[in-house]
Design a protein. Structure first.
Lengths: 759, 137
C-alpha cells in the first residue's frame, strides 16, 4: 500500500473515531441531561383518590360489637389480643378498644387516638379516651374505594418515606439488589454471577438488574429487549447514581414500580399495592405481607397471588428465606411468617371494580367542575357519600333475589340505588347483578318505561289542584280517550276488571289504571308534567295521555331523584355522591353542600305519602311488606311496564330510599310485575338495613281520623277496612253510620235485591 | 353568642336524655323495635328533637359555632351537614345551617333550608319562630 494511501486511511480512521466518540459523548450528555431533567422534576401523575363516607361512632348509635368489628375489618384494622397500635382494635367483654389512624379529611387533620367504646346490647353506650374523658363523636379514617386513573391505566398512591416500613427497604435490597448501597448503578459482579448461573442451568434463573436499572427501565424506557436499550439503561443508571442519593432512588423505586394488574388498571407503587392486595396502608403491613409484595415485584403476572396462589406462596417463602439469610429478619420470624396465609383481601371485595358503578356517578358529578387532567394527575382527594355496608348489602341482595326469581325465567339483570332522603346523599349504587365487573351501568344508563311508578305524581298533582283529597272518590271504569291522531285509547286494569267507584287512596295503593287516567285527565297532563319537573326530572315526557300510566322512559337514577323529593317531604335536592374535594396540599378546594328547594307543598306530599304507606299495607306492595319487620313502616310504589319487560320498585323508610329495577338487557319479557320482582329486592334490602320506620310530622292544619279505605267515609278504628289518615281540615269526609265496607256491601246487596225484584 | 349556643347545646343534650323512649336518632338506629312511631307511620307526630345522638349533635353544633366565629363558614356548614347525616329530623340543625347560609349571603338557600326546619317543628315552638324569622327576612 502506498504511503499516501496509508496516510489517508489513517486520517479517515482518526476522523471516524473522533466523530463516533464525539457522538457517543454527546449521546451520553443527552441521556444524562434527559435523566436529570426528567427524574429531578419527576412528578408522578397522581390519580385522584376516592374515599367512602367515614364511619361515625357516637353514644346512641345502633351498632353491635360484632358489626363494628366487621366495619373495622373492612377498613383493614386488625383485631389483636395484645397491645394496641394504630390500625388495631381489641375486644373485651362489653367494649371495643380501637387505636385509630391518623388521617386528613376535608383539610382537617385528625390525630390517632385510643378510644374505648362501650356497648349496651346492640347499641353504643359511650365512648371514652384513655384519660376517661367522654368522646361525643368519633370519626374513623374513610375507606379508600378507588381512584380516577388515566386511560393508559397507570394507577398509584405516592407514599412519603415515613410511611415506608424499614423491613420493606431492607427486603428489596436483600432480594433484588444485594450490593445496592455500594454499586454505581450497575452491578458488574452480579452480572458475571448471573451469566454463569444461567449458562450452567441452561435457562434464565437470575437477573442482574440493580434496583436503579429497574427504576430506569420503568421510568424512562419501553420493555423491548435490545442491546441499545440495555446500553441506554446502563448509561442512565450510571448518571442517576452520580446525581442522586441512594435513599432518594429507593424511595422513587417504591413509588414507581409495577406490581399488578386489575383489568385495564395497572397497579404501581407499593402504596397502592398494599391497598390493592391487603386493603390497608403500607405502614401497617406485617413481615409476611411485605415479603409477598417483594415476591410480586419479580413478576406481577407470574406470581399473581390471586391467579397463581401456589407459585406466589413459594416465591414469598423464598423471599423470607433470603431476608433471613441477609439478617433482615430473624429465623424465628421467618418460620412464623412462613406459616401465615397470603393474607390478601378477597378478590370480590377489591376496591376498583367493586365500586365501579358508584365511581361512574362520582365522575359524572365531578366532570361538571374538573377536566380529566385534574382528576387523573393532580393528586386530589375526593370524599364521597358511599356507605360501604349499604353497598355490600345492596349488591348481595340484588344478586341473591335475581337468582331466586330467575329459577324459571330468562336471564335477568338489575340495578339498585339507595339514598339518604334527608340530604340526598347516594349511599349505594349497583349497576348489575354481577359485581366486581366494570360493565354496563344500568343504574345510570338503562332508560326504561317506568309504568305505575308515575302514579304518585298523578295523585300528587290531583292533591295540588285542591279539587281532590285521598278520601275523594274516583270512577274506576272503562274509559276511552281520543288521541290527537284520532285513535281511541282504552286502557285496562292489570286484572282486566274495573272496580267501580273507589277512593283515591285505594286507587293509588292498588294501582288502578282506569281511575288514574280519569284523575290525571281531570287534573291535566300539563300539570302532571310540570310537577315531574318540580320533583327533579330534567327530561320531561311529551304530553300524551299514556304518560299517566308511565309509558315513557326514565333511568333508575332519574326515578331516584323524583322519589327522593317525595321521601323528603316536597323538598327537591339534587342527588349528591361527592361531599368535598381536597387538593394535594390538603386544602378543601370544593364543597358540594346540601342544595334544597321546596318545590311542592309539604302538606300535599305528606298526604300523598300516606297512600304510599297503604300501598305497602293493603296495596301492590303488601307481599314485599310481609318480609319486613312488622313495625318497620315503609312507603312505596310498584311499577310494571307493558308486557312485563320492566319490574320496578321505589320505596322509603325514614332513613333510606331504595329504587330497584329488574329486566332484560335485550328488552324481553321477564314475567315479573313490580310487586313480584323488584319489590322483593327492596324488601330484602330494607329488612337488612339499620333503618327507622317511615314517619313524618303532621303538618299544621291536618287532622287525623279513621277513614274507610273503600268508601272514603270517616269511620271507627275497629272497622275492618279503616285506615288512619290525616287530611287537610276542609277535606274531612262525612261520617259513616256503620263500618264502611259493611255499609257498602249492604248497599250493593240492597241494590241487587232491588234489581232482582224489579226484573 | 357562643354562650348562647353552649346553653342551647346543653338544652339539646338534656332534651335527648329526657326523651329516652322516643325513636332513636342514630343514623342506623333501630329496625322498628322499640320505636315510638305509630303503626300507621305517616300520622306520627315528631316532637322537636329526640334522643340519643343528641350528645354528638350538640358537640358538632359547638364545633360549627367555633368555625363560624373563626370566619370559616364553609367548614361550619360542613360540620352541621355532618350532624344532619346522623340526626336529619333535628330542626335546630337545619336552622343553624340556614343561619350560616344567610351569613354567607345566600338568602335564597337560607330561606329554603329554614322551610325544611319548619316542617320538623311544632308550629308554636321557639324553633319555629326562629325559622319564620329566616323566611320573612
Amino acid at each position: 500500500m502506498p504511503k499516501k494511501k496509508k496516510r489517508r486511511f489513517g486520517r479517515y480512521l482518526f476522523i471516524t473515531t473522533s466523530v463516533t466518540l464525539f457522538a457517543a459523548v454527546l449521546y451520553g450528555f443527552y441521556l444524562s441531561w434527559r435523566v436529570t431533567s426528567e427524574f429531578s422534576a419527576r412528578r408522578w401523575d397522581r390519580p385522584a383518590q376516592v374515599y367512602a363516607a367515614p364511619i361515625e361512632l357516637y353514644g346512641g348509635r345502633r351498632l353491635s360489637p360484632a358489626d363494628l368489628a366487621i366495619e373495622l375489618a373492612r377498613l383493614g384494622y386488625r383485631e389483636t389480643t395484645g397491645s394496641l397500635a394504630s390500625g388495631r382494635f381489641r375486644r373485651t367483654r362489653d367494649a371495643v378498644e380501637i387505636h385509630t389512624r391518623r388521617f386528613e379529611t376535608a383539610g382537617r387533620q385528625t390525630h390517632e387516638q385510643v378510644a374505648r367504646i362501650r356497648f349496651s346490647g346492640n347499641s353504643i353506650e359511650s365512648l371514652v379516651d384513655t384519660g376517661g374523658r367522654a368522646i361525643p363523636i368519633l370519626q374513623l379514617d374513610p375507606l379508600l374505594i378507588g381512584s380516577i386513573f388515566p386511560a393508559h391505566g397507570e394507577d398509584r398512591i405516592v407514599v412519603v418515606p415515613e410511611d415506608v416500613p424499614d423491613v420493606l427497604k431492607s427486603a428489596l435490597i436483600a432480594v433484588e439488589d444485594r450490593r445496592f448501597e455500594s454499586h454505581i448503578g450497575i452491578d458488574v459482579r452480579a452480572i458475571a454471577r448471573a451469566a454463569i448461573v444461567n449458562l450452567t442451568a441452561g435457562e434464565i434463573q437470575q437477573g442482574a438488574s440493580t434496583l436503579t436499572q429497574q427504576l430506569v427501565r420503568s421510568f424512562f424506557l419501553t420493555n423491548e429487549r435490545t442491546w441499545r436499550r440495555k446500553i441506554n439503561e446502563a448509561l442512565m443508571s450510571l448518571s442517576l447514581e452520580v446525581r442522586h442519593e441512594k435513599d432518594e432512588l429507593l424511595q422513587a423505586y417504591i413509588n414507581e414500580i409495577y406490581l399488578g394488574q386489575d383489568g385495564t388498571r395497572a397497579v404501581h407503587g407499593f402504596g397502592l399495592a398494599s391497598r390493592f392486595y391487603f386493603g390497608k396502608p403500607l405502614a401497617e403491613l406485617d413481615v409476611h405481607e411485605i415479603a409477598l409484595l417483594v415476591a410480586v415485584v419479580r413478576g406481577p403476572s407470574f406470581y399473581d397471588p390471586y391467579r397463581n396462589t401456589g407459585r406466589a406462596r413459594e416465591r414469598r417463602n423464598r423471599v423470607l428465606d433470603l431476608m433471613a439469610a441477609q439478617n433482615v429478619i430473624s429465623t424465628d420470624t421467618r418460620t412464623m411468617a412462613k406459616g401465615r396465609p397470603l393474607g390478601t383481601v378477597d378478590r370480590q371485595s377489591r376496591e376498583s371494580a367493586y365500586y365501579a358503578p358508584f365511581l361512574d356517578l362520582v365522575r359524572r358529578q365531578l366532570n361538571r367542575d374538573y377536566d380529566a387532567t385534574d382528576l387523573e394527575a393532580s393528586g386530589l382527594k375526593i370524599y364521597t357519600t358511599l356507605d360501604p355496608t349499604t353497598q355490600a348489602l345492596a349488591e348481595w341482595t340484588l344478586a341473591t333475589e335475581i337468582q331466586r326469581l330467575e329459577a324459571n325465567r330468562p336471564v335477568l339483570e338489575g340495578a339498585v340505588i339507595v339514598t339518604n332522603p334527608h340530604n340526598a346523599e347516594v349511599r349505594a349504587m349497583v349497576g348489575s347483578r354481577v359485581t366486581g365487573f366494570d360493565g354496563f351501568n344500568r343504574a345510570l344508563n338503562a332508560h326504561r318505561p317506568i309504568g305505575s311508578l308515575i302514579k304518585p305524581a298523578v295523585y300528587l298533582a290531583a292533591l295540588e289542584s285542591d279539587r281532590h283529597s285521598l278520601a275523594s272518590l274516583v270512577e274506576d271504569g272503562p274509559i276511552n280517550v281520543t288521541l290527537a291522531n284520532g285513535d281511541i285509547w282504552s286502557p285496562a286494569n292489570f286484572d282486566d276488571e274495573s272496580h267501580g267507584t273507589v277512593t283515591a287512596i285505594r286507587a293509588l295503593a292498588e294501582s288502578f289504571n282506569q281511575a288514574t287516567v280519569r284523575l290525571g285527565l281531570d287534573v291535566g297532563l300539563t300539570q302532571v308534567v310540570n310537577l315531574l319537573g318540580r320533583l327533579g326530572l330534567d327530561n320531561l315526557p311529551a304530553e300524551y295521555p299514556s304518560l299517566l300510566l308511565g309509558a315513557f322512559e326514565m333511568t333508575p337514577l332519574e326515578v331516584t331523584q323524583v322519589y327522593n323529593s317525595l321521601a323528603n317531604g316536597g323538598f327537591r335536592m339534587p342527588l349528591r355522591s361527592v361531599r368535598s374535594v381536597v387538593d394535594v396540599n390538603g386544602e378543601t378546594i370544593k364543597r358540594y353542600p346540601i342544595q334544597i328547594e321546596q318545590t311542592v307543598d309539604p302538606g300535599d306530599v305528606y298526604e300523598l305519602n300516606q297512600a304510599l304507606v297503604q300501598a305497602m299495607q293493603l296495596g301492590t306492595g303488601r307481599t314485599a311488606s310481609r318480609r319486613l319487620p312488622e313495625l318497620l313502616v315503609t312507603a312505596g310504589k310498584t311499577g310494571t311496564s307493558d308486557g312485563f319487560r320492566d319490574s320496578w320498585f321505589a320505596g322509603f323508610s325514614n332513613d333510606h330510599l331504595i329504587v330497584s329495577w329488574i329486566g332484560n338487557d335485550d328488552n324481553e319479557t321477564t314475567g315479573l310485575t313490580g310487586g313480584s320482582g323488584a319489590s322483593q329486592v327492596f324488601a330484602g334490602l330494607m329488612a337488612r338495613l339499620e333503618t327507622r320506620p317511615y314517619s313524618a310530622p303532621t303538618p299544621a292544619g291536618y287532622r287525623a281520623s279513621w277513614i274507610d279505605f273503600d268508601t272514603g267515609l270517616e269511620t271507627e278504628a275497629d272497622c275492618p277496612r279503616a285506615v288512619r289518615l290525616s287530611l287537610e281540615g276542609g277535606d274531612r269526609p262525612p261520617r259513616a253510620t256503620t263500618c264502611g265496607s259493611d255499609r257498602a256491601r249492604l248497599g250493593s246487596r240492597i241494590r241487587s235485591w232491588l234489581r232482582g225484584a224489579l226484573q | 353568642m357562643s354562650r348562647v349556643i353552649t346553653i342551647l347545646a346543653a338544652a339539646s343534650v338534656l332534651a335527648g336524655c329526657a326523651a329516652g323512649s322516643v325513636p332513636a336518632t342514630g343514623a342506623r338506629s333501630t329496625t322498628a323495635s322499640g320505636s315510638g312511631a305509630s303503626a300507621d307511620g305517616a300520622g306520627a307526630v315528631f316532637p322537636g328533637q329526640p334522643a340519643p345522638a343528641a350528645r354528638a349533635t350538640a358537640a358538632l353544633i359547638v364545633q360549627s359555632r367555633a368555625e363560624r366565629d373563626a370566619g370559616n363558614l364553609g367548614g361550619a356548614a360542613a360540620t352541621i351537614e355532618r350532624a344532619l347525616s346522623i340526626a336529619p329530623e333535628d330542626a335546630l340543625l337545619w336552622i343553624e345551617l340556614a343561619e350560616i347560609r344567610l351569613a354567607q349571603g345566600d338568602r335564597q338557600l337560607a330561606e329554603e333550608v329554614a322551610r325544611k326546619a319548619l316542617t320538623l317543628t311544632n308550629t308554636n315552638s321557639p324553633l319555629a319562630a326562629r325559622a319564620h324569622r329566616l323566611i320573612t327576612r
